[in-house]
Design a protein around this ligand. Structure first.
Ligand code: PLP
Length: 439
């Protein structure tokens, strides 16, 4: 559709979007989400979709999503239905609502619904995948020293239970000199003939460093060319701080598994997440928790095997869930689609660059996150001379700026400008950090 045609379409459907956002909004996405109509006149209007306290500058919003209006309304709708008639509402909605969620996730990711397992969090996805992944006795899991508690602990638990070999490598020597080439080269050197699984984190919540996942995948593919299918390296990525930030299509990324919560940058309901797997990689995964997928359950009741169902179905753990949250997840994907992935990425990068450039110019601040957008995304980590990170975060909070301390052995102050922030808020934040020197 031409710009003029698109504008006509929006006028006819009664949409009043600003020129800036209009440029990226796809009519289809708007058409499927009536609740977003008239929603985005500006970034301020997008912010108004969130019931976030207006007194605060929220720079830790990624930690756990605040639900935007369409997500909140969908949750309320499903909650009311379930409260009024739990079994009736469940039977009426379970299959079609889960299908809608998978479809929205697949369209957003650029994958297929049958390749996606639904989980409750990144941690649940990592735990289920790494605990069940098939490994030969001579095969190892290669991971890094930069991963989050959830990856590290999931792998440790696997090793303790089954004796699986897990080896950690450093991907770079220093954040001051780190480059994409160094990271890819370190990975290449770290891989041995025994390496079957590579487990990494796309954007490190310890430092804000973003790994060049596509280039790492290409390096792995090159090694795989001389390997049998049963020895092929399977590349697993915790993508929680990239999903809803980076503009990518999962099928083109090159990894085998992408594991993420959808309750951080995606603004999905709290307690939601997913595992995407490449169709060729899914057979390596083994389920731990019985799925409640209706087809699988029906087959069980008929004493038939469900082994021909997609493995992603088996990897979607069953038992009843907080369905009002799970069934509202499609709204989060549609919310992002309505803004447009390139627009989302651009805005987050822009705000993060503004923050990093301001911090880098302050003599009392040491910025740890690389300046380059090739090596960073939406997380900025730094230190202030003479103050421990906790004290800085507390000081900022007293001045209505919400940040966090990296939950790792090495602690930094962490600020994460996101779609709900404005350049003016970053200016205010920088002013307060500048004042820390004199206070
Ligand atoms: C890199 C990374 N992975 C996983 C998690 C855990 O995510 P979830 O709360 O979705 O399990 C976090 C933070 O909470 C994180 O920073």
């Amino acid at each position: 559709m031409s710009d003029v045609g698109r504008r006509d379409f929006l006028v006819r459907t009664g949409l009043t979007l600003s020129a800036a956002l209009l440029a990226e909004v796809t009519p289809r996405a708007i058409a499927v989400q009536p609740s977003l109509q008239n929603a985005f006149i500006s970034w301020d209007d997008l912010r108004a979709q969130f019931p976030l306290s207006p007194q605060l500058i929220h720079l830790a919003a990624f930690f756990l999503a605040s639900h935007p209006t369409p997500v909140r309304e969908a949750i309320e709708r499903h909650r009311a239905g379930l409260d009024a008639d739990p079994i009736g509402y469940w039977f009426e909605h379970e299959e079609k609502q889960e299908a809608k969620v998978l479809q929205a996730a697949a369209e957003y990711l650029g994958g297929k619904p049958t390749d996606i397992a639904l989980t409750d969090s990144t941690t649940m996805g990592l735990g289920l995948l790494y605990s069940g992944i098939r490994l030969g006795s001579e095969q190892e899991i290669l991971t890094t020293t930069h991963d989050h508690y959830s990856t590290e602990t999931a792998l440790r638990l696997r090793a303790e239970r089954t004796g699986a070999m897990v080896r950690q490598i450093h991907l770079y020597r220093s954040l001051k000199t780190v480059s994409r080439d160094e990271i890819v080269e370190s990975l290449r050197k770290g891989i041995t003939p025994m390496t079957r699984i590579v487990a990494v984190t796309w954007v490190h919540s310890s430092t804000g460093l973003k790994l060049p996942i596509h280039e790492m995948a290409l390096a792995i593919q090159a090694i795989n060319r001389s390997r049998d299918e049963r020895d092929r390296i399977i590349f697993c990525v915790d993508g929680v701080h990239a999903l809803g930030v980076e503009d990518f299509r999962v099928g083109e990324l090159g990894c085998d598994f992408l594991i993420a919560g959808t309750h951080k940058w995606m603004f999905g309901p709290r307690g939601t997440g997913l595992v995407w797997g490449h169709p060729k990689a899914w057979p390596i995964a083994r389920a731990t928790i019985p799925t409640f997928n209706s087809q699988a359950y029906d087959l069980w009741m008929e004493n038939k095997s469900s082994k021909d169902l997609p493995q992603a179905v088996h990897m979607t753990p069953g038992g009843f869930h907080s369905f009002e949250h799970r069934w509202a997840l499609d709204e989060a994907f549609l919310f992002h689609q309505a803004i447009g992935k390139p627009k989302v990425t651009h805005r987050i990068y822009e705000l993060n660059q503004q923050l990093k450039q301001g911090l880098a110019a302050m003599p009392h601040v040491t910025l740890h996150t690389p300046m380059s957008q090739d090596l960073s995304a939406g997380i900025v980590c730094f230190e202030v001379a003479g103050m421990v990170p906790r004290a800085i975060v507390e000081k900022l909070r007293q001045r209505s700026i919400v940040g966090s301390v990296t939950p790792y052995a090495t602690k930094y102050v962490r600020l994460a400008p996101s779609l709900i922030n404005s350049p003016k808020e970053i200016v205010t934040t920088l002013e307060e950090i500048r004042r820390l020197r004199s206070s």
